[in-house]
Design a binder for this molecule. Structure first.
Ligand SMILES: Cc1ncc(COP(=O)(O)O)c(C=O)c1O
Length: 354
């Protein structure tokens, strides 16, 4: 604690990212990265962009990438905003759409743990919607006075998804609030609500290339929504940093969207591995929350979550453990390659013999 810190910084409890250890080689199943490399076309595009033009600032709005995304989703360019990972888009959205010290923003009790951090940073009140023991969030939970809503679909760390009909219910009953839909994991079997954008001017869908396009290291996310909402985020961006996405990232991201075949192939492989591993763990007596994401959330009656986490770590396998009420007996396991998942299953069988 430094006496030079502002009170805000003294009091904030920042988000803790999953570890990226350097001490030994681990099987990394802890940060929901994609185990497959990015498309070779992406690498090629980045190499080609690494030239003398790097002395120039990038296009502040990434117009070419916006155009590519608009074409992909059959929207207008004015419906698309690009940012430095979806975390940045979420961060910009708080001051753009939520009133400091105003009505509470609603989000699930168990969800992405960055939301309360942004709320604290921007002085936004929030209220948690309780989840039941299967991690379901009742749609009616959002039927209360609020200053905004955030829904991760599929949710993290449970992997549970909700239907587009349910999202539409929330949107139609909350027309005075901005509803942010965090679709970071939607490409692994969830249902995207992007098609509702034209009907609901209060819907902002936030997506990322980090997971389904194997580009966590490039830091590119995007938001899709009514052009007034997009204009709101642009205002925040241009009040903080006009050049959030660099030239190499713009080049790589555009190619990732264009190489749709590769995206389809890798996401199918991940979904297939997830189903195989989930079935095997269920046979072994684990509780496996049905997942529509590139990770599974599991618990065992025989072995507490923190012991599973630690024992796997000792065997060179990193997973994620959250020491929080309701989920402290679970571990979250990112779906890796089939070989990695076989090692994981072997290790888990040694820790909790079937
Ligand atoms: C629910 C959710 N939203 C957003 C993100 C952020 O992704 P990125 O900033 O890499 O786009 C994550 C990353 O783990 C996530 O779990």
């Amino acid at each position: 604690m430094s006496r030079y810190w502002s009170n805000k910084v003294k009091n904030i409890k920042p988000y803790t990212p999953g570890e990226q250890p350097k001490d030994r080689k681990y099987i990394k199943l802890n940060t929901n990265e994609n185990p497959y490399p990015p498309s070779s076309r992406v690498i090629e595009a980045i190499k080609n962009a690494a030239d003398e033009t790097l002395r120039l600032y990038p296009d502040p709005m990434g117009e070419e990438l916006r155009e590519t995304l608009a074409g992909y989703y059959q929207l207008r360019k004015s419906n698309v905003f690009i940012g430095n990972g979806s975390d940045e888009l979420l961060a910009f959205s708080f001051p753009a759409f939520f009133e400091p010290a105003g009505k509470p923003v609603l989000f699930a009790e168990i969800t992405y743990s960055f939301y309360p951090v942004y709320a604290a940073l921007f002085n936004i009140n929030y209220r948690l919607i309780p989840v039941d023991e299967d991690f379901n969030i009742p749609e009616e939970g959002y039927d209360q006075d609020n200053g905004g809503i955030i829904i991760a679909n599929p949710n993290a760390p449970s992997g549970k998804g909700v239907t587009v009909k349910s999202i539409e219910g929330v949107l139609s009953r909350n027309k005075n609030s901005v509803v942010i839909l965090d679709e970071a994991y939607v490409d692994f079997g969830g249902r995207s609500a992007v098609k509702l954008i034209n009907d609901y001017p209060n819907l902002l869908v936030i997506k990322t290339l980090s997971k389904s396009h194997s580009l966590a290291g490039l830091r590119v996310g995007y938001a899709l929504g009514n052009e007034d909402l997009i204009e709101g985020i642009i205002r925040v961006k241009d009040s903080i940093n006009s050049y959030t996405v660099d030239r190499l990232a713009l080049a790589g991201a555009g190619e990732a969207i264009k190489d749709d075949n590769y995206f389809q192939e890798t996401r199918s492989k991940i979904m297939k591995s997830r189903e195989r591993v989930s079935a095997r763990l269920t046979e072994m007596g684990f509780r496996v929350i049905p997942s529509q994401a590139n990770f599974i959330f599991i618990s065992s009656k025989q072995c507490p979550g923190h012991v599973l986490f630690q024992s796997l770590r000792e065997k060179g396998i990193l997973v994620r453990y959250f020491d929080k009420p309701k989920i402290d007996n679970f571990i979250r396991v990112t779906i890796g390659t089939d070989e990695e998942m076989d090692c994981f299953l072997e290790a888990i069988m040694a820790i909790v013999p079937p």
